[in-house]
Unconditional design. Structure first.
Length: 296
């Protein structure tokens, strides 16, 4: 079987068109959703993610407040900026790009963000509400993966889903969302990690495999069953002298061989990445609606 490619850019474009129309309707009521963006230091990957997020805001009409700070900024100054944004009515969402440079206390910064503006869904209040199934901002990458599955016609309810990776950004929250008693959940989920005894024993019986470990070729063709759905969250830079910039991006999945066995597969780039940004836009619009007292 040769897999159908899940075009994350296409799904994202459809959702962004809907959001753009909604932002236009909100503007007629005097509501302009705003996102405060904080990038500390000059990590090239973080810079390109933040630029992509700000460009996406502009495209759909969300105001973005850009804050690019030197890596030498103190914890106190960074906390003061977050506090300022918490109190700024023009800002509905606060995004502090992770990871912060060494020397800054990231958990403390996340904790300082007003949970009502935590459009990343990283604040413990939102994480806790998500786990117990209360209304909360869902983290963008897990939510984007679920939206992509739904848009591709994949049945989540009752599916055996194996997530490889137990990180706080993807593995843990995705597992929580997929086991919720809801029309986006009801799956049977296994989370595998570096101490899992026989990884392929698990992945081989999965209807859906999600790879979120940050290492190329972690999932190979022999590790997936025929017809499986394969979601690749990895974004890894590998040296490539044929490219002008000297590297290319690959996921965690050996795409060329796995696509011959799967029924559906996401590419890297152009798979999960555009969905993550789309869900950030979605959360920011939701936050603006809530702040305006609109019932959401
Ligand atoms: N770093 C990698 N992914 C993310 C994300 O979704 N949000 C933030 N704030 N930082 C990240």
């Amino acid at each position: 079987m040769t897999a159908r490619i899940i075009d994350g850019k296409q799904v994202a474009a459809e959702m962004r068109a809907e959001l753009k129309a909604e932002v236009a309707r909100l503007k007629e009521q005097g509501i302009i959703p705003g996102l405060g963006v904080v990038l500390v230091g000059d990590d090239p990957a973080s810079k390109s993610y933040v630029t992509a997020k700000e460009r996406a805001c502009e495209e759909i009409g969300i105001y973005s407040d850009d804050n690019r700070l030197d890596a030498s900024i103190s914890q106190r100054e960074l906390m003061a900026l977050v506090e300022k944004m918490n109190g700024d009515p023009k800002i509905n969402g606060i995004l502090v790009q992770s990871p912060l440079p060494d020397g800054l206390n990231e958990p403390e910064v996340v904790l300082a963000i007003d949970p009502a503006k935590d459009v990343d869904g990283f604040h413990p209040v939102n994480v806790g509400k998500m786990v117990i199934g209360e209304k909360a901002f869902w983290p963008c990458t897990p939510h984007g993966i679920i939206q992509m599955l739904i848009h591709s016609g994949v049945t989540i309810e009752g599916a055996d889903i194996v997530i490889v990776g137990r990180g706080n950004l993807v593995g843990k929250p995705l597992a929580n969302l997929l086991i919720q008693k809801s029309n986006m959940g009801n799956a049977t989920v296994t989370v595998c990690h570096t101490r899992t005894k026989n990884l392929s024993n698990h992945t081989k019986r999965a209807d859906i495999v999600v790879a979120a470990v940050g290492r190329p070729n972690t999932i190979t063709a022999d590790m997936v069953k025929d017809g499986a759905v394969v979601i690749d969250v990895g974004v890894n830079r590998v040296e490539d002298a044929t490219k002008k910039r000297g590297y290319r991006l690959v996921g965690d999945v050996d795409f060329e061989t796995v696509k011959e066995k799967a029924s559906l597969i996401t590419p890297v780039p152009g798979g999960v990445g555009p969905m993550t940004i789309t869900m950030l836009l979605y959360n920011t619009v939701e936050s603006a609606k809530r702040a305006a007292g609109l019932d959401v």
